[in-house]
Design a protein around this ligand. Structure first.
Ligand code: URA
Length: 433
């Protein structure tokens, strides 16, 4: 087999066989196929697309390119949840313990956040003592005894995606639906869970701008999961404004605790419950309405909060900070943004808040950047709230005044107030399974 023939075939719109796709994946990770051929191959896929069979086979070949987690000893109850990324999205910290409290096994190995999409382990590491670096035996042991593990990635999972994604990033080939779907799903397949709940976001703070684009991506991911014998549900959800009221790692842990204590903001609570219900529906095989009742019971009884505390304690975290979040030390600097007139809050826009959170130090520009756990934004007024001139609409937190000033300039410009109540898009646009 020669790589140039595969490129020619795809360039002319042909469908590649499983052997050809495996040849590319193996050759590329072993450095036998150079970057320039991988780039030409990605561009040919960008123009010609892939059939659903090709996409599923490519995904499986990528998942098989490195280490994989074997959760087969837990049977059918293993569930993973994936969010395509957004601003203030802390639903994993809420939905995962709800599902685990109901009897699902949620053993997640997650990557860190890049840009304004915070990673779950980054958020959890803002709890003093918490460690996301678990030895393999500890990972499986905690999955067995507690049913909830939120760990960072170890070993070399999906090396082909790591290499190819970096190449796509600099060759104009990121925005290809089959390549995006294969990239995300290869990591989910390697993560080992039998059941998958996908939260595909759309809006200014998401990878996909419109519900239609998000639906197209979701359909491709559902098709891959089904072809690879996983049970799957995808929800298309709104990311035009941040989810909840807090953005930033420690702030998001605090807000997740608010939800688990029954005092959460409405849309955040509602989406967390919807995702947890889907996890329980798939993991325990319960009908949807029963799964929903179970999720609500796990939340209101405190069982989900107890589950999160157990998992955090098992991973070395000092749970007193979760039980009393006022113990967290405050950020060194803070400031407020005030409403300049009376009226209804139109935003805040997810993209602007996301960018500002990176300026404050809550997100990374580059993989090696250190994040400040205390940095972030508290949105004291939400879309549709009526505010009066001089009311505080946002509080900003960072370790120095320079960061505060940069974020304040960006956010002050983006705060919009209107005399008319803005229209509010639905929280969940569609359910795909
Ligand atoms: N996220 C991924 O993991 N891969 C892509 O290709 C795009 C977004």
């Amino acid at each position: 087999m020669r790589m140039v023939d595969l490129i020619e075939k795809k360039k002319r719109g042909g469908a590649l066989s499983q052997e050809e796709l495996e040849y590319f994946v193996q050759g590329y990770i072993k450095d036998q196929i150079p970057d320039y051929q991988a780039a030409a191959f990605s561009m040919a896929i960008w123009f010609q697309g892939m059939t659903s069979e090709e996409t599923a086979q490519f995904t499986q070949a990528m998942a098989d390119s490195g280490d994989q987690i074997d959760l087969s000893s837990f049977g059918e109850t293993t569930v993973d949840k994936h969010s395509s990324g957004g601003v203030g999205d802390k639903t994993t910290l809420i939905a995962a313990p709800i599902a685990a409290a109901a009897g699902c096994v949620v053993a997640k190995m997650s990557g860190r956040g890049l840009g304004f999409t915070g990673g779950t382990v980054d958020k959890l590491e803002s709890i003093p003592g918490f460690s996301s670096a678990l030895r393999t035996d500890a990972f499986y042991g905690q999955a067995k005894t507690i049913g909830l593990v939120l760990a960072g990635q170890t070993g070399e999972m999906v090396p082909c995606d790591k290499k190819l994604y970096a190449l796509r990033d600099v060759t104009g080939t990121v925005d290809s639906l089959p390549l995006i779907a294969a990239s995300i799903m290869s990591k989910k397949l390697a993560a080992g869970a039998k059941n998958l709940v996908l939260d595909v976001k759309c809006g200014s703070g998401a990878f996909m701008e419109t519900p239609q684009e998000a639906e197209e991506l979701a359909k491709q991911m559902v098709s891959i999961a089904t072809a690879c014998r996983r049970r799957v549900t995808a929800l298309i959800t709104d990311m035009s404004t941040p989810l909840g009221t807090m953005v930033g790692n420690r702030l998001e842990v605090i807000e997740a605790m608010e939800v688990l204590c029954g005092r959460g903001e409405e849309r955040l609570t509602s989406l967390s419950l919807a995702l947890a219900s889907e996890m329980i529906h798939l993991g325990l095989g319960l009908p949807q309405d029963e799964a929903r009742n179970t999720a609500e019971k796990m939340l209101t009884s405190g069982a989900a909060m107890e589950k999160l505390l157990q998992a955090v304690a098992a991973q070395g975290g000092e749970t007193k900070y979760l039980e009393n979040t006022s113990l967290f030390s405050p950020a060194a600097c803070q400031t407020e943004i005030l409403a300049k007139e009376d009226g209804y809050m139109v935003g805040p826009d997810a993209l602007m808040v996301g960018r500002a959170s990176v300026l404050l130090g809550a997100g990374r520009n580059m993989k090696m950047d250190k994040i400040d756990p205390a940095a972030g934004i508290y949105l004291t007024a939400r879309r549709g709230d009526y505010v009066r001139r001089g009311d505080v609409v946002m509080r900003l937190y960072a370790e120095d005044q320079e960061r505060i000033a940069a974020a304040k300039t960006l956010l002050s410009r983006s705060v919009q107030i209107d005399e008319k109540m803005p229209s509010v898009p639905p929280l969940i646009f569609k359910r795909i399974c």
